[in-house]
Write a protein that binds this ligand. Sequence first.
Ligand code: XMP
Length: 317
Amino acid sequence: EWTMHSFIEQNVRAIKKKVGSDKVICALSGGVDSSVVAAIIHRAIGDQLTCIYVNNGLMRTGESESIMRFFKEKTKLKLIDINATDFFLGELDGVEDPEVKRKRIGLGFIKIFEEEAGKIGGVKYLAQGTLYPDVIESVSFRGEAPIKSHHNVGGLPEVMQLDLIEPLRELFKDEVRELGLELGLPEEAIYRQPFPGPGLGIRIMGEVTAERLNILRQSDVIVLEEMRRAGWYRKVWQSFAVLLPIQTVGVMGDGRTYEHVIAIRSVDSRDAMTADWSKLPYEILGEISSRIINEVRGVNRVVYDISSKPPATIEWE
Ligand code: XMP
């Protein structure tokens, strides 16, 4: 009989055998996938594993704090915590093209990760939270390029000549969440909506600047607060704000305004390969809209994205 418990036991045995006395590194992102990977591998090989968390300055407010606190306070996981905000914003300076953004962020990540791994020395394996749908979507189709340059650690194994350990390769997200519960991870982290590696960088259409990040972050906090308050946060696959690269005319008091537009995206999905836009109650949308327009300076219009995947993707870039 296949249970989460036996899955963990089997994997722990297999990882121990494969790794022997070698060293493993793992990129912790704050999300459920990498957290589950870290927890399983830590259970197998203890402090032969080092996890590295890179703050790329493109995270949501408070995104990774609860899981970091858990690992620091409740486990003996070796954890290196790097703040690379300035570096990443520098890399993105003047960049507008979505694929160039993804590549710059991915390469930046590899550079920092490589430096840190170099300091550890003698690393042989890289652990990754690749899921089954990632395996499918990253495969090129009839020689064409994959849909998007996903996966922030894409080029890392080749560059560093590391062998991969991917214990979640055959699982879907809901199964990974069950695993997380079995491993005792905090519920907040387990039920966190997926968040892309390139972070808010691909939710700002056009150039990523500190000012635009600030507008998006404030809007995003409101979306999540209202989704949670209404009891909808766990009902949807993802719900978030996107900053558009246009300004529109509005009116405030007697004056004309000319400000940014925020798009709200919320989708239902099991595996992110297909998705449908969420039929959110108008009250929630109304509350999100009026709060963003009233509370976030520089935004005078909010729209709701009603496209499904395919043909639209979940993220806008
Ligand atoms: P798309 O936009 O391709 O997204 O429909 C499918 C799912 O993947 C997430 N996503 C990413 N996750 N690195 C990640 O770790 C990435 O580069 C990346 N791009 C998209 C997205 O949030 C959605 O859940």
